[in-house]
Design a protein around this ligand. Structure first.
Ligand SMILES: [Zn+2]
Ligand SMILES: [Zn+2]
Length: 143
């Protein structure tokens, strides 16, 4: 049975001593703040996620724009492998960028808090973030 590590958010089978095999930290030793955070995936083109700050879980109307261009798509990143990926992208097989809206409240933004990116999946145009539980719950209930 896989559990989400509260430190690195990887889905892992915890070792018998309670540590995570991915980051080697003790999964039972977490701060209060960590307990509220979890993974959530958003699709490219998401325009109206729940109005809950993804960072702190408070209600907010403020939407931030998240955008990442696939790394291999830049000419400087072209290798043999890169060119194959580049051609894949030209033919529309994989996403060239992931762009979507994420709620980030005024308080978090002025505190300089940034949404943590866990994983970017350009093949499926899905971005996985480390978000507040309340945002994740709201996300689930809108589906
Ligand atoms: Zn871990
Ligand atoms: Zn916030």
């Amino acid at each position: 049975m896989l559990n989400e590590c509260p430190h690195c958010f990887t889905d892992v089978l915890m070792k018998s001593d309670g540590t995570c095999p991915a980051c080697l930290r003790d999964a039972s030793n977490v701060s209060d703040q960590d307990l509220y955070m979890t993974k959530a995936s958003l699709r490219h083109g998401t325009e109206s996620p729940p109005n809950i700050c993804a960072i702190c879980g408070d209600a907010t109307q403020r939407m931030g724009q998240f955008r990442r261009v696939a790394p291999q798509f830049t000419p400087s990143g072209l290798s043999i492998f890169g060119i194959a990926r580049f051609l894949d992208r030209l033919s529309g097989k994989t996403a060239q960028e992931i762009s979507l809206k994420v709620p980030e409240c005024e308080a978090c933004v002025s505190d300089g808090k940034r949404l943590r990116v866990h994983h970017l999946d350009f093949e499926n145009a899905v971005a996985t973030f480390i978000v507040h539980n309340r945002f994740k719950d709201a996300l689930k209930s809108t589906r």
